[in-house]
Design a protein around this ligand. Sequence first.
Ligand code: SF4
Ligand code: MSK
Length: 672
Amino acid sequence: MAKRKRLTPEEHSIDPAAQQMLIRADELGIGTAFTRADDMVACNIGAAGLCCKICSMGPCRLVKPGDTGVCGATMDTIQARNFIRAISAGAAAHSDHGRDMAFTLKAVANDQTEGYVIRDVAKLRVIAGHYDIPIKDRSPKEIANDLADLYIAQFGQQRGEVALLKRAPEKRQQVWKDTGAIPRGIDREVVEALHRTHIGDDQDPVHILQHAVRTSLADGWGGSLIATDVSDILFGTPAPILGQANLGVLKEDMVNIVVHGHEPTLSSMIVAVSQMPEIIEYAKSKGAKGINLSGICCTANEILMRQGIPAAGNFLQQELAILTGAVEAMVVDVQCIMQALVGLADNFHTKIITTSKKVKIKGATHMEFDEHKAVTIAKDILRFAIDNYENRGEIQIPDERADLVPGFSHEYINYMLGGSYRSSFRPLNDAVMSGRIRGIAAIVGCNNPRSQHDYLHTYVNKKLLEQDVLVVETGCGAIASAKLGYLLGDAGLDEVGPGLREICETIGIPPVLHMGSCVDNTRILTVLTQIVEEGGLGDDIDQIPAVGLAPEWMSEKALSIGAYCMASGAYVIFGGNSPISGWPDKLPGSDIVSQYISEGWEDLYGGKMEFIADPDEMIRRTLEHIDKKRAALGLPEYDPSKWGRSGDSRMIDLNELPLAKRKAALYGVPAK
Ligand code: SF4
Ligand code: MSK
């Protein structure tokens, strides 16, 4: 097996907590994803999208210009097929999450669950209103039952249009109609993507990629949006709350239970049950001071932004949490769970508990979750973890944790900009129009051991903030920023541009807004829609000076997210490796797929997708795109020298003046 040079812990991650655990792993002779990535040099044929294994005449590897597969498939066809298959898998994962949430809503509405209630009746009513579900004189459960039926029907619908698309700006809906991109039903588009890419079906790369757009829209304006809506209705719409992030949230003298995965259904119940006196007493009876719950990946985001439960880390920290030796149980549901966890946990006392009907890992303890008996199962899981406390060996918890304020749902952003009686996006639009905010960047996505852990996220973030770009984040990228302190009030304001700083100080927000888990990228779509509806920044999403970036992406879900954001009008930049890069010495005109998802899609949708490995180039293109959109709207050119003399910074300077001069500066009273 080809190996690359072993990197040092500092080269593997910029996070001191991660570095400490990587040193421990080395000392104990235990491998992690970081060292496995060193040992497993990626196949350059597959990495470039030049390998096809769709049928058993192959696998076919296209190694030079002019090569085709046994069936005659060209590079472009193979790349397009691989690309749509990845998008479909990502769309399936997020949408299936949405389906489970819709079934849970149905069960709650019919009193068939244990422990769940409808927490956000106001949001239930707003969402029901989008689909003309009657609200007047009806109980929340009656409304929820109708909404659940409508949402469940979106998955199996065969004809017509996925109902949630009508929540996009009108002009955008027309773009989708004109390009034939409207998904008919969520499952139908995913199935059709698989059918089209079976041996001997769709061979035209552009035609294949057109369906990729439709499939991704079934995710972003379908399954994922259902997941976000129902999660908020059942578990509460997030609002700012104080939390902490990094491995230092694990506690030496408590039973540490880490929940990992994506769905909030079980994790929310574990949060509730962990606070029950009988469970706390049980932990104490085993010698612990109590129960300490924390999260990894997007489950972390779900319970961090709703209940303030700390995040132990992002994707590449799942193994590192176990390496502390202090985790009694890691409870996982779906997505982004490394199979290596079980073998790693064998070196410690940690129990890996799988809970989803869809996910089992050989060697893990399976305690299947069922929302009809949620409280009972959550108690069983917690007791099982508590019983494991006495088996702990030597522990080492890095003393690294940062405070943060997550929970910026679009509902809260709307409220924070204007209060209860005049909530509105007006101040945000005005700030972009004046140039105090140059533009908006959504920095989302995963970690990837092929690049230095957290580095690209934080580097891109930092550079854009300096340029007065307001950043919103989701997923593992949000946890990276949290660890760096960008998500806490004015903690990061010294590093942001003068105009953005004024806005953050005036509204009282961090320069980076945590908007949730990776399924919650739909919140960003909703924010962009509300910006359009507010007026002044064009009449469709593609006119807003905004860019989406996934600097450290690794999952197929990220590609689906990128595609639906593109189809919604956004310029989306991925870092790292391009899965469609093709041969290094491409023939002229043989780069159809890369060109089509950039220029071709931009012609149709106003958005585009590009893979850019160099972070400085990512930043340059982001700013160039933002400035191009500003110019197209007739907005003033970005000029940071105009800002920085109001808000808190001005008050601080003024406070240092003698009273007479302060009055003169503030009220125009002549100084004596
Ligand atoms: Fe090879 Fe064609 Fe089969 Fe793909 S579909 S494995 S290119 S023969
Ligand atoms: S968990 S998809 S690594 S963001 Fe959503 Fe993180 Fe990416 Fe998984």
